[in-house]
Design a binder for this molecule. Structure first.
Ligand SMILES: [Zn+2]
Length: 722
């Protein structure tokens, strides 16, 4: 059974994991912590409360503590590293690489909480703190990766014949340290090192600005509707949420279209008022592009120039080459090949979709030509006409809390995990909940899962997963603490929140990242959980999306919010029949973003004018005129609010190839709950983190290299030569 597979997430997905940024993490000496505590020092630097194996002190956060806490943590890690580099003994795995893995525990604690505030508790006061924090973190990071004495020791260990005697995980750790240092410029001379550090500083500042502009446009801009007839076509729930948003902005009695994906997409899907649809679409697609104080167009070329210069210094032709050198794809060429292979059939499919929509509009006598702001609206109509399926009807069977129970059920079946809510712990917002996660058989706690489901001001849009703490065994049995964060519109008190099929799929997706963290069973924190290469990290999450449409989930959890009756088989059949519907749209939306990202970062130091570049590149690609990129450049936070997904948006497509192919391992066997395949999935994918080369891990699970055929079949595209 297959579902509407999206090439990328239906809503902004990401992983915030500080150890992706930090080369060194976790665990410091107990005595030091004790002295902090007795000093009555900064609450952010102190050891977390022991209950449930450790809980973050969300109730003790004062944002003015962030900078002093980070300073204290940096000083501490600097001293720890100094002990390593001044060690008179010859460099060994234990006194250098493993020792590095033990540094920076306080910093990790401070940054874990800081990143929660940065993503979920934004405020103007925090903005100014961020402007100081981000360059400081980047600067310290550079001081580590450019530390000559440290690198010499790492290099010695890496090249030593002794390395062969280490465990495979330890050898992998050596490889990671060595590669990360080299990629960050450890082999450069002092002059170039200084320049790379300077570039990173400047980039950190620009990323912060870009992100702040985008967030500001999402929260400050909105459309106020005062005439209820303009909301025709929208569901009552959605109208209520709009009224609620208006009340929060002091506009009681009217309705607000917020400038976030979770508000805009349902609006564009349902609203009959075409003029208002266009207005909302223009507002959303112009984020960061309004020629005002929050315009991002001037920032983009600066970021690109700096990245190009840094890549050259590091010995790579472009930023894309540098970024991909240690990824599964290895080269931009390999990534482009995949994107281009899927692009043409996807565009072809969009033309068919538009044709269907135009025909329907003509039949209705609408006298319009389908435009971008009509796509979701008419697609929904075609879906109803062609497949007799109504998103709102499906929604009545998708209660947020039932979907949450469903993901718990799947985690129980595949990975033998159980979830128990805990209420006596501090949370950073009243809407946040925490669950203790344990092994069903042994009862042993494997981690904690925080859930922050609802949208609010100051919270980044989209959905994502964060690890507040990595699983590791270097310093005892440290269990992980992860969170899933979404932006559902909170309904009326006591009433179930109904979500769309896509949103339910997103829940499974983000939970897949969480399970990647929760199942982790490794020794070293830097190799733990989701700390894998970026073009692989979306694979465990994307594959989890597949379980939403399994009969086990639908029959037990897709229950009507009023009658409690399970979703009728007839409707399930319709969902299945419609599973390849609109795949042109979702694929082109994501692929156009991925292609622009890659082309931007293959352009080298050529000066880029964002508006022209986007227009010309899309025209050359023959982007259907009825469509817009999922992330237009001025609001493409994935690639401009950090280096994280830069030249990396293709990863969603890359991972989707893996997930489509991987799920066929289940369908070829006894089905989605086949215990043997689930065990292989756990053994080779979900439990190993980054301890195994990702391509090898995949092959160990599947028995062969991934092929794009499964993805093409999944989307209903033509498989070449077949
Ligand atoms: Zn994801």
């Amino acid at each position: 059974m297959q579902k509407t597979t999206l090439l990328s997430k239906s809503i902004y997905c990401g992983i915030l994991s500080i150890s992706l940024l930090a080369m060194a993490c976790t665990t410091k000496k107990e005595e030091k912590t004790m002295s902090n505590e007795s000093n009555g020092g900064n609450p952010l630097t102190q050891k977390w409360e022991d209950r449930y194996n450790g809980i973050p002190p969300f109730d003790k956060v004062k944002i003015e503590d962030f900078i002093p806490a980070e300073e204290e943590a940096i000083a501490e890690q600097r001293a720890e590293i100094k002990l390593i580099t001044t060690n008179a003994e010859a460099p060994s795995f234990k006194n250098t690489i493993e020792a590095m893995e033990k540094t920076g525990i306080t910093r990790k604690r401070v940054e874990a909480i800081y990143y929660v505030w940065q993503s979920s508790m934004g405020s103007p006061a925090l903005d100014s703190i961020q402007e100081i924090m981000e360059p400081r973190i980047a600067g310290f990071q550079d001081s580590i990766s450019q530390n000559t004495e440290l690198f010499k020791r790492i290099e010695t260990v890496y090249n030593s014949p002794e390395k062969e005697k280490l465990t495979p995980e330890q050898q992998r750790l050596c490889y990671k340290y060595y590669t990360n240092f080299v990629l960050a410029g450890a082999k450069l001379d002092d002059k170039n090192k200084a320049r790379v550090a300077e570039i990173n500083q400047q980039l950190a500042g620009l990323f912060t600005k870009f992100n702040q502009h985008q967030l500001a446009d999402e929260s400050d801009k909105f459309i106020e509707v005062t005439d209820v007839s303009q909301l025709d076509g929208l569901t009552e729930d959605f109208k209520l949420a709009m009224a609620d948003a208006a009340e929060k902005k002091g506009k009681k009695g009217s309705w607000i279209i917020s400038n976030t994906r979770s508000s805009i997409e349902p609006f564009l899907t349902g609203a009959n008022d075409r003029t208002l649809r266009e207005k909302a679409w223009r507002m959303f697609t112009s984020r960061g592009d309004n020629g005002d104080a929050n315009d991002n167009n001037a920032i983009i070329p600066q970021i690109l120039q700096l990245r190009a210069e840094r890549a050259k210094l590091l010995g790579y032709p472009t930023h894309a080459h540098w970024r991909l050198s240690d990824k599964m794809a290895k080269t931009p060429d390999n990534a482009m090949k995949l994107l281009e292979a899927v692009w043409a059939p996807a565009v072809e499919r969009v033309h068919e979709e538009v044709k269907d929509m135009q025909a329907l509009a003509d039949k209705e006598g609408a006298k319009i030509t389908i435009e971008s702001w009509d796509y979701r609206y008419y697609a929904e109509k075609v879906r109803k006409a062609k497949y007799d399926i109504d998103e709102n009807e499906v929604k009545q069977y998708l209660q947020l809390e039932k979907v949450r129970e469903a993901i718990f059920y799947v985690a129980g079946e595949l990975f033998n995990l159980k979830f128990d809510q805990v209420t006596d712990v501090p949370v950073f917002h009243a809407d946040v909940r925490m669950y203790k996660v344990s092994n069903k058989t042994t009862g042993k706690q494997v981690g904690l899962w925080y859930f922050d489901p609802y949208a609010r001001d100051g919270k980044r849009s989209g959905a994502w997963m964060t690890a507040y703490r990595e699983q590791e065994k270097l310093n005892g049995d440290i269990t992980t603490i992860v969170s899933n964060n979404c932006n559902f519109i909170k309904g009326k008190e006591g009433e179930p929140v109904l979500i769309s099929w896509d949103d339910a799929s997103t829940m499974f997706h983000e939970f897949g990242h969480a399970l990647h963290g929760l199942n982790s069973n490794v020794t070293y924190p830097i190799l733990s959980g989701t700390n894998t290469v970026t073009d692989y990290v979306e694979f465990p999450s994307q594959v989890m999306e597949r379980w939403l449409s399994t009969p086990e989930v639908l029959n037990k959890f897709a229950l009507h919010y009023k009658t409690g009756k399970p979703i009728p088989q007839d409707l399930i059949n319709k969902i299945n029949n419609a599973s390849k519907f609109n795949t042109g749209f979702s694929t082109v939306e994501a692929l156009s973003s991925a292609l622009i990202d890659m082309k931007l970062h293959l352009a080298g130091d050529k000066k880029i004018y964002p508006k022209t570049f986007e227009k010309v590149t899309l025209a050359a690609l023959k982007m259907p005129k009825e469509m817009v990129m999922r992330h237009r450049m001025p609001a493409f936070g994935h690639i401009f609010s950090s280096d994280g997904y830069s030249a990396g948006y293709y990863s969603y497509c890359w991972s989707d190839v893996l997930s489509a192919d991987a799920f066929e391992a289940f369908t070829e066997a006894k089905g989605p709950y086949d215990k043997e395949v689930a065990k292989r999935l756990y053994d080779n994918i979900f439990s190993v983190g980054g301890t195994v080369d990702e391509a090898v891990a995949y092959k160990n699970f599947r028995g062969h290299d991934p092929s794009t055929d499964a993805l093409m079949r999944d989307k209903g595209f033509k498989v070449k030569g077949k």
